[in-house]
Design a protein around this ligand. Structure first.
Ligand code: IMP
Length: 432
């Protein structure tokens, strides 16, 4: 196995940072292929926590190359800040170790302002975005008016295209969203920043598809690090409550320029329960004391925005859909330890929709919002499992729960995380 993709099989926040970090140890190249700094990956190494947003989690391993590929959207200030913070903490992130695609689109101030202005429009239109300008930047890409990082090499062209793009965006910001002329970004202000971006980021820029092609031809071990989760996929998620990119395994091919047959293996990340941050249907959501207990025990607050995550029971229909859409071979089950002490564990195996029992996720978000989960009940486990390193040593109740998850999802667990630290992991099947 040389080329592995890791995807989130739920609504994001499945604990990808830790698992990518574990696999990155053996990979040569670690690649982010979609999304931007809406992601937040938390890693704990030697009890020190790192929160990464755009820089691939492989960066914490010396000697690895990390790549931000062309399918991403990059906020240059956010990227520079992340590089600076890592450097301050002794993690070297120079252009020898981090590469950024010259085809990646730039998130500009008008994108962030539009994202926030739309979200402020009232509850009907609210998606609960991260407010990082992700959607508006991808909109410009699709409308073919976006700016790409490579254009920082020719600031005259950058300026010309920016002037054109800003006219429309500033019209929207002032006339539709009521911002004062002084509040909207000016060409001059952005160009001042663009000079800094050009100077600092040009050494990082590469043709990312070419880099991936060469690494693959040389038999290098490549790890593709998905962000968000399959249920937030623009095409296959709970539209419109989704992100603007493709966290599915297909997104690897598009976002990194990898031929579809080149992927050797897909690992699906599944939290041992369910969380979601932002708006949109979540059939197994727990509103009462139990939901609060999971939030507290799992420290379920967004890495990027600090928002409390909505918590609920495991939804096997969501996980199975991710397995089917992505061709997931194995699951990596995270945060199993958070369930410790619960007398009963539940897994949704079906939904009731308008009096009918169904075994799939409906395409329409309103239909999904009306779905009532049908649960199977499993006994919980009492013991502290954080020190366990072998599957056979887990309490029988925990094993039964994992077995059932694998059966319902259609993919067995290859890795089980029993605590936040790198070491707190049970490895059933080794990649690379
Ligand atoms: P956006 O990606 O900021 O446009 O947000 C769209 C939706 O995706 C919102 O519901 C966000 O909360 C959600 N989202 C975006 N990034 C993440 C993530 O990394 N983890 C979990 N949810 C996310």
């Amino acid at each position: 196995m040389t080329i592995v993709a890791i995807v989130g099989a739920q609504w994001g926040d499945e604990g990808k940072g830790k698992v990518v970090d574990l696999l990155a140890e053996k990979a040569d190249l670690v690649v982010r292929f979609h999304g931007g700094n809406n992601a937040g990956h938390t890693l704990v190494v030697d009890s020190v926590a790192y929160a990464l947003h755009l820089v691939p989690s492989g960066v914490l391993h010396p000697g690895k190359t990390s790549l931000i590929a062309s399918g991403t959207v990059v906020d240059p200030d956010a990227l520079l800040q992340e590089i600076a913070e890592l450097t301050d903490r002794g993690v070297a992130v120079g252009p020898d170790r981090l590469k950024v695609s010259d085809r990646a689109h730039v998130i500009l101030p008008q994108h962030r302002l539009l994202d926030v202005a739309r979200e402020a429009q009232g509850s009907d239109a609210r998606l609960g975005t991260t407010g990082r300008g992700i959607g508006p930047a991808y909109e410009d890409k699709a409308a073919r008016v976006g700016l790409r990082l490579g254009e920082l090499r020719r600031l005259d062209d950058f300026r010309r295209r920016l002037e054109r793009a800003l006219v429309e965006k500033n019209f929207l910001l002032t006339k539709l969203y009521g911002m004062a002329d002084l509040q909207v970004p000016s060409v001059e202000a952005i160009m001042e920043r663009a000079k800094v971006w050009a100077e600092k980021l040009k050494p990082y820029l590469v043709d990312s598809a070419e880099l991936v092609k060469r690494a693959s031809a040389d038999g290098r071990r490549i790890l593709f690090e998905g962000a968000q989760g399959v249920q937030l996929d623009l095409d296959h998620g709970t539209y419109p409550f989704v992100t603007s990119s493709n966290p599915t395994a297909g997104g690897v091919c598009v976002g990194a320029g990898l031929p579809p047959r080149a992927l050797d293996h897909v690992l699906g990340l599944v939290k041992a329960y369910t969380t979601r941050v932002g708006e949109g249907p979540l059939p197994t959501e727990l509103h009462g004391e139990l939901g609060e207990r999971l939030r507290k025990a799992g420290r379920e607050y967004g890495t990027t925005t600090g928002r409390p995550r909505r918590c609920g029971w495991l939804d096997a229909l969501a996980v199975r859909r991710a397995v089917e859409l992505c061709g997931i071979d194995h699951l990596a089950v995270t945060k199993l330890d958070v369930l410790q002490g619960l007398p009963e564990l539940k897994i949704a195996t079906h939904y009731e929709l308008d009096g009918r029992r169904i075994d799939f996720m409906p395409a329409d978000a309103d239909d999904l919002a009306r779905c009532r989960p049908v649960y199977e009940s499993w006994p919980g486990f009492e013991a502290d499992i954080s020190k366990i390193r072998r599957l056979g040593d887990l309490p029988s109740e925990a094993r039964a729960y994992l077995d059932r998850l694998g059966e319902l999802a259609g993919a067995p667990p290859a890795l089980i995380s029993v605590g936040p630290d790198r070491e707190e992991t049970i490895v059933v099947h080794q990649y690379f």
